[in-house]
Design a protein around this ligand. Structure first.
Ligand code: 16G
Length: 255
């Protein structure tokens, strides 16, 4: 059901059911509970709610204000009102080589994974190239939907040479922990980040609408001896991640 239909007053407004702003407040709360008003979605402007419901703008304003006081709605000066969004906001440094598990633990969140693929396979041409594999080599794949406090955050598809990770089934929580235990934790990585609009399958896994913004990240990690340890293609939720890089003045431009 769309929002104007949901707010049709014949469905919920009663002359004998108490103050009208409380009834509108309840209707909007029901809209949030039933996911008709989705987290982060903007509420129609006050004048539109007034015209759909036949209520005065003062009544509408009072209902929205009371929802804002309870944290159900967030009012942004000059932008309007939005359904509060409990998606965790992650500020991720671009200069530290950390694992998903470490990143979430440091933020006091519980990380978990849903397995999408785990095993030893024939490499794809992309994997042969990215991992510099010999033509007859096989590849270990560890593909997961990563969650933080039960919210889907990223889809990560890691490919590793089998000499680095012979048995992908060993990975139960942290890939980097398993690599560290083998003395093969990556020490350096190159990362490429680009913007995408999510296709239906990825959007479904990340529990957001198709076409929403996402970040595609490719990480190639290296061991201290220069060998390639990992090639990971990830899709991160665009609404949950902020990548932060520290910039310094280049030596040759310093005066
Ligand atoms: C990070 C890495 C990913 C790595 C994973 C290991 C990015 C974009 N990706 O999420 O390449 O495979 O950590 O995490 O940062 P784990 O040790 O928790 O399995």
């Amino acid at each position: 059901m769309n929002i104007p239909d949901f707010l049709d007053p014949s469905l919920w407004l009663r002359s004998d059911a108490g103050p009208r702003y409380i009834q509108l407040r309840q209707r909007l709360t029901d809209g949030v509970d039933q996911d008709i008003l989705k987290p982060g979605a903007s509420l129609p402007p006050e004048r539109e709610i007034a015209s759909i419901t036949g209520l005065s703008r003062v009544t509408v304003r009072k209902a929205v204000k009371s929802l804002a006081e309870d944290g159900i709605i967030v009012q942004k000066q000059g932008f309007g009102s939005f359904v509060a969004d409990d998606t965790p906001q992650i500020e991720q440094s671009l200069s530290r080589l950390t694992s998903f598990t470490e990143d979430m633990t440091r933020r006091g969140m519980v990380s978990a994974s849903l397995w999408l693929e785990r095993g030893v396979f024939m490499p794809s041409p992309d994997e042969v190239l990215a991992l510099a594999l010999s033509p007859d080599a096989s590849v270990s794949r560890v593909a997961r939907l990563r969650t933080a406090d039960n919210k889907p955050m990223a889809i990560e598809r890691a490919s590793l040479p089998t000499e680095i990770l012979p048995n992908p089934l060993e990975v139960t929580t942290s890939l980097y922990e398993v690599l560290a235990a083998r003395g093969l934790r990556p020490v350096r990585a190159l990362q490429k980040i680009s913007a995408i609009n999510l296709g239906p399958a990825d959007a479904g896994l990340l529990e957001i609408d198709e076409g929403e913004a996402g970040l595609r990240i490719e990480r190639t990690s290296y061991l201290a001896d220069g060998r390639i340890a990992e090639f990971t293609q990830s899709i991160y939720r665009g609404d949950a991640y902020n990548f932060v890089a520290e910039l310094r003045l280049a030596k040759d431009t310093e005066t």
